[in-house]
Write a protein that binds this ligand. Sequence first.
Ligand code: SF4
Ligand code: SF4
Length: 130
Amino acid sequence: MLTPFGKVSKELGRKLIHETIVLDIKSMTPILSVQPFNQDNYEYAVKVKTLNVKNHDDLQRMVGYQVRKFNACRKCLKCESLCRFNAISITGGTYHIDEEKCRRCKMCVTAKYLDGGCLMDKYLKTKEKE
Ligand code: SF4
Ligand code: SF4
């Protein structure tokens, strides 16, 4: 799930709280600390702390998109076709990002290309308002 943001390292995180650290792919400095927790009605819920970046809000927003994507994906295949590097595959009901192919361009988590990070976003919002 966190591959578009950098190199995902469980080893660097604090094991007691099941923390995962994401390193910037160029500088290899930690930019995200992600800690899972349980929340009703959600398959994935995480607490995210941004580290060592200039624009914390942008990165937080992108991570939010990605979490929503993994919670709400209805396999419309838009993400597959959006990724220019064929890093995303949605097969057998699983959304998978190939760590080797991903160039961390962040297109798949940028509102300009995918509003809310997922095509389903507007439908989900409409449903919530009903
Ligand atoms: S746009 Fe949303 S529903 Fe479509 S493939 Fe991407 S995450 Fe899944
Ligand atoms: S669009 Fe593809 S290459 Fe770019 S960050 Fe997303 S998965 Fe990686």
